[in-house]
Design a protein around this ligand. Structure first.
Ligand code: XMP
Length: 507
């Protein structure tokens, strides 16, 4: 295992993803909250940071238990910190170094730089530069402007890289990371989705024994993969509950329930639509709607859970980006934790212990694990869909009739994307029912009906997003179909806002 100490760089997660791509297991921890580890740690990586090593508030980790004892690689800030801390000098660059550069010197005989070409393109992103190295630090790569682009420490397995080997624009960055984990740290590189499944199932068997586990399925990728892992470990002792909140896509409840049953899951479908519609009656404020939906969910889930006698555990599909403690940039080295509850938070009195089999995986890894578990592609490849569902895509009050109309519109749009091979190019898509009526003409008659907006975005994590440049012909076809087939809609618009400043959902 490789330990990555995070100093708040925007690229820290990318380092972890690259190592996972090399089939090496790694964990990210804030530099000031490192858990105790034993021999499983084969090496340590120090990330970059928004701080300069010369800032008063800059992180100052104590490396005495690591440096010289374990293989150690500092990236950007990590490299500068070691140079600065052990007798060298780091100063502001005369020219700030951002973007592409090429290695004008590479010591290919050095293990970290084996198979790295002369002239190799690397990605720089730093405002400081290492001017003087401590005596026992030796340069192994340079660019035209940055003499110390990479170094090693004599007599130790300690290395520094000034650029970012983890970003795609560092074209041979993966070679350097591979050299570090394979030849320097001696990692076996055998961490694959298949090995993850085997190890996790064995651990779950051990941990859960004959205990019963309850899990709320949502139809999404994470809860489905978590359920299959638990199912492999404990079979019928896993009790899944899939709640129809009346705010799902057209036919989704029945279709997904069938898929789950086909996967062998012990799943109970609960149609609670009318409870949700009653709770939403007269509610127009977006946050109030979310709260109302969340509360009914908890009540229904609680009621159903009680029917499973002696359940001890609550299974959740929490994934790694939700649990990584990120080093907060503005507040100095304090840490903020994103918490995540797929089931919207459960009352304390339920007193279930939580089991989260995916808490160490990134989203793409969840998909890879899912495909080794033979989960159907229609579940694995599905776009993200918000917990409150169509409830936050119907602006204003939600009624069963509005849900029905929006489901029709959404189905035409989503099926159209699938039929035209566009679905997988889009990160998320859906339709929004606007509280706007406008005049139209159909046949010889004047109409006064609702408008809908279509939204399709590209994104990697939903934090930022751009509107998708769907072909005009496709939009034209879908717009005609919607207006002709969905009674009550006479106008279709396409949302061309990016996030930020807009958001993906309208509420
Ligand atoms: P926004 O609208 O904030 O959405 O740009 C980002 C991503 O989060 C989803 N989303 C939600 N998911 N409960 C959820 O489970 C919610 O209340 C919620 N609000 C937004 C949204 O669909 C997008 O993928």
């Amino acid at each position: 295992m490789i330990l990555i100490l995070d100093f708040g760089s925007q690229y820290t997660q990318l380092i972890a993803r690259r190592l996972r791509e090399l089939n090496v297991y790694c964990e990210i921890h804030p530099w000031n909250k490192v858990p105790e580890y034993g021999e499983e740690v084969k090496g340590v990586i120090l990330s970059g940071s928004p701080f300069s090593v010369r800032d008063e508030k800059a992180p100052r980790p104590d490396l005495s238990e690591i440096k010289g004892k374990l293989p150690l690689l500092g990236v950007c800030f990590g490299a500068q910190y070691m140079a600065h801390n052990f007798g060298g000098e780091v100063l502001p660059s005369s020219t700030r170094e951002y973007g592409r550069a090429n290695l004008s010197f590479v010591d290919q005989s050095h293990v970290l730089m084996q198979n790295v070409s002369h002239g190799s393109q690397v990605w720089m992103s730093h405002g400081d530069t290492i001017k003087i190295l401590p005596d026992n630090f030796k340069v192994i790569a340079s660019t035209k402007d940055v003499q110390v682009a990479a170094y090693y420490v004599e007599g130790e397995e300690t290395y520094g890289i000034q650029f970012h080997p983890e970003v795609y624009h560092s074209l041979e960055g993966m070679e350097m990371l591979r050299n570090f984990v394979k030849d320097i740290c001696g990692c076996k590189m055998d961490w694959t989705p298949q090995s993850f499944v085997e190890e996790t199932v064995a651990e779950l068997k051990e941990k859960l024994g004959d205990d019963k586990v309850i899990l709320g399925l949502s139809g999404g990728v994470d809860s489905s993969v978590a359920a299959m892992l638990l199912h492999k470990a404990i079979g019928a002792n896993l009790h899944c509950i899939f709640v129809d909140n009346g705010l799902l896509r057209k036919n989704e409840f029945q279709d997904v329930l069938e898929s789950y049953k086909g996967m062998g899951l012990n799943v109970k479908g609960v149609d609670a639509s009318s409870d949700f519609y009653s709770a939403l009656s007269g509610v127009t404020d977006p946050e109030a709607k979310r709260k109302a939906i969340g509360k009914v969910f908890v009540d229904v889930f609680d009621e159903e859970s009680k029917k499973v006698k002696d359940a001890k555990w609550l299974g959740q599909g929490t994934i790694y980006p939700d649990v990584i403690e990120s080093v907060s940039v503005s507040g100095g080295p304090s840490a903020t934790i994103k918490s995540h509850h797929n089931v919207g938070g459960l009352p304390d009195y339920m007193q279930l212990k939580v089991v989260e089999p995916l808490r160490l995986l990134f989203k793409d890894e969840v998909r890879r694990v899912g495909s080794t578990l033979n989960i159907p592609a229609n579940i694995l490849g599905r776009h993200p869909f918000p917990g409150p569902g169509l409830g936050i895509r119907i602006l204003g009050e939600v009624t069963a009739e509005k849900v029905r109309i929006l489901q029709e519109v959404d189905a035409i749009f989503i099926n159209g994307l699938k039929e035209d091979g566009l679905y997988d190019d889009v990160w998320q898509a859906g339709a929004i029912l606007l509280p706007v009526q406008s005049v139209g003409v159909m046949g010889d008659e004047r109409t006064y009906e609702n408008a809908v907006a279509l939204r399709a975005v590209t994104s990697t994590d939903g934090m930022t997003a751009d509107w998708c440049h769907l072909p005009y012909d496709f939009l034209s076809k879908i717009s005609n179909k919607i207006i002709n087939q969905v009674k009550g809609i006479n106008r279709v618009t396409y949302d061309i806002s990016s996030k930020p400043p807009a958001t993906i959902e309208w509420e």
